[in-house]
Design a binder for this molecule. Structure first.
Ligand code: BG6
Length: 512
């Protein structure tokens, strides 16, 4: 069967996940994210027959680019970055509805041109479409774009009663509490909250969604999911990559802003939240906000809850790699952390006394993101720890990436005539059970925004709650400069200070 028949993009809506006719406008159309993630996501949604029959893609950017050239750039992006190979039947149909509008983000007239462009598309098909604005630009132009969407009337388009104009806002969502609040104020001056989709791409990852399924679709976990049975929780988001060519951005950001405040805290929220009353976006996000609000203020300074470090030169994959301070675009005395670790105390009925240890860093030993739930040890009356009894605490680990899956460590008997024990691992791997062609996070997120499902997006109060927790830490670090900055060799599991952070609670980091 030819691909066009197998993936009949033009046959219209998927039965269960149908979006209305849509025009997606990407601000920052010539940017890196557009090429790496957004265009491939649109192509793969088309391949899976999940785009509406009337679907338009409009790139918007400062640089004048003819439509034909933009389509060529998009084709190149799919060839280079899509998880599936370019399929001409699918892409030609999308490309025929792909165009480009050039203009400045603070140029009001450019938004009037965009409005006319969209009106012309509607005239062409003889019906109205919903507009989904994807702001994928540097944060300095978020506000002018939002305000111009308001001024030009583009933010307030209605299609029937349900579907409006919508806006997706890329990270970073502010750089501290004050800037996040200011951004929310600008957004709310133009859009209503239900039109707004703040991206955290970790929420689009299959395994992150699976966390909700595992917790709430299995009866065995809930009775154990509390301070009576759980000793501690460890969340690791480790990367092998360094800052590469992103030094300019990273110097203004650092591990706390880049990874902890957003991605890692989403993992904390989903792990620790109470069961929501439904899977409705508001119900889920209410619970996430509640648990984030229960986190105690972090103690800063010696013996406190936070630690930070920069990578020094080290061996990775048999090669010596540079330290952070030697990287391109990094100040010689930079006080930007490439690693941060925290001990969080969630002061509610379920979690009081259970430390949540979180860490994230670049240039670490291995790329791995996981959530490890460590249960309490069994009483030592029958099998006390000894030479013969190598007892481990039961640990349930959600492997977010790579090698997505779930494992449970149990203690088992080593075969033989005497009773010896050793920890054994039960493994569930996505790739072996389901095959490896998992959708990319951005596919899910673009589709959800088109459909109007905000569950996997950050609500305004959620972003502010997380910033409220971390802003005092950022301020203290800014004042301290390099004082108290730890160091770790590239290719290692992080600084000694992070080991000390756990040692006080008689814990140690896992080696995932
Ligand atoms: C981004 C950060 O949000 O997430 C990057 O800005 C980081 O610094 C990336 O590398 C990690 O995402 P993933 O999906 O590769 O884990």
């Amino acid at each position: 069967m030819p691909d066009a028949q197998r993936h009949p993009f033009l046959q219209g809506l998927s039965k269960h996940r149908g979006a209305p006719p849509t025009v997606v406008v990407i601000f920052g159309a010539s940017g890196d994210l557009t090429a790496r993630k957004l265009i491939p996501a649109v192509f793969n949604l088309g391949y899976d027959n999940l785009l509406p029959a009337d679907f338009f893609l409009v790139g918007f950017g400062r640089k004048p680019i003819p439509d034909e050239e933009f389509r060529k750039i998009a084709t190149g992006a799919i060839k280079e970055f899509s998880r599936r190979e370019l399929n001409a039947d699918v892409w030609d149909r999308i490309a025929a509805n792909t165009s480009y509008v050039a203009g400045g983000y603070d140029e009001r007239a450019a938004f009037d041109r965009l409005a006319k462009h969209i009106a012309a598309l509607e005239t062409r098909i003889g019906r109205e479409v919903q507009t989904l604005f994807y702001i994928s630009t540097p944060p300095s132009v978020f506000a002018p774009i939002l305000l111009n969407l308001g001024a030009s009337g583009l933010a307030a388009r209605y299609l029937g009663r349900r579907h409006h104009s919508k806006v997706i806002i890329e990270k970073p969502f502010g750089r501290d509490l004050i800037s996040a609040r200011a951004l929310n104020t600008t957004i709310r001056s133009v859009f209503e909250e239900h039109q707004v989709y703040r991206i955290d791409h970790y929420l689009g990852k299959e395994t992150v969604q699976d966390l909700l399924v595992q917790r709430f679709a299995n009866a065995i976990f809930e009775p154990l999911w509390n301070r009576n049975f759980i000793d501690s929780v460890q969340i690791t988001v480790a990367e092998e990559v360094g800052v590469g060519t992103r030094g300019g951005y990273y110097e203004q950001s650092g591990a706390l802003r880049d990874m902890i405040q957003n991605h890692t805290m989403q993992l904390v929220a989903l792990t620790a939240m109470e069961p929501p009353v439904s899977l409705d976006a508001e119900a889920v996000r209410d619970e996430k906000v509640k648990v984030l609000k229960s986190i105690q203020p972090l103690k800063i300074g010696a013996g406190g809850d936070v630690t930070r470090a920069q990578y020094a030169a080290g061996m990775m994959g048999g090669k010596m790699v540079k330290g952070y301070l030697e990287e391109e675009g990094i100040a010689a005395q930079s006080a930007t952390e490439t690693y941060a670790a925290m001990r969080l105390s969630i002061n509610n009925w379920r979690w009081q006394g259970v430390p949540f240890y979180i860490r994230s860093g670049k240039r670490m030993a291995r790329r791995v993101s996981e959530i490890a739930i460590q249960f309490k040890r069994p009483p030592g009356t029958l099998f006390a720890e000894s030479d013969r009894f190598n007892l481990a605490a039961n640990t349930l680990a959600f492997q977010i990436q790579p090698d997505e899956g779930l494992s449970l460590v149990l203690n088992g008997k080593v075969p033989g005539l005497e009773t010896r024990m050793q920890p054994v691992k039960m493994n569930f791997r996505y790739s072996t059970t389901f095959g490896s062609n998992t959708p990319e996070a951005y596919e899910r997120l673009v589709l959800d925004a088109m459909i109007g499902d905000g569950t996997l997006f950050i609500r305004g109060d959620e972003a502010e709650t997380s910033w409220a927790l971390y802003t005092p830490v950022l301020e203290a670090w800014a004042t301290a400069g390099r004082e108290g900055m730890g160091s770790y060799a590239a290719g290692s599991w992080g600084p000694a200070e992070a080991e000390a952070l756990l040692a006080t609670g008689k814990h140690a980091w896992r080696q995932p």
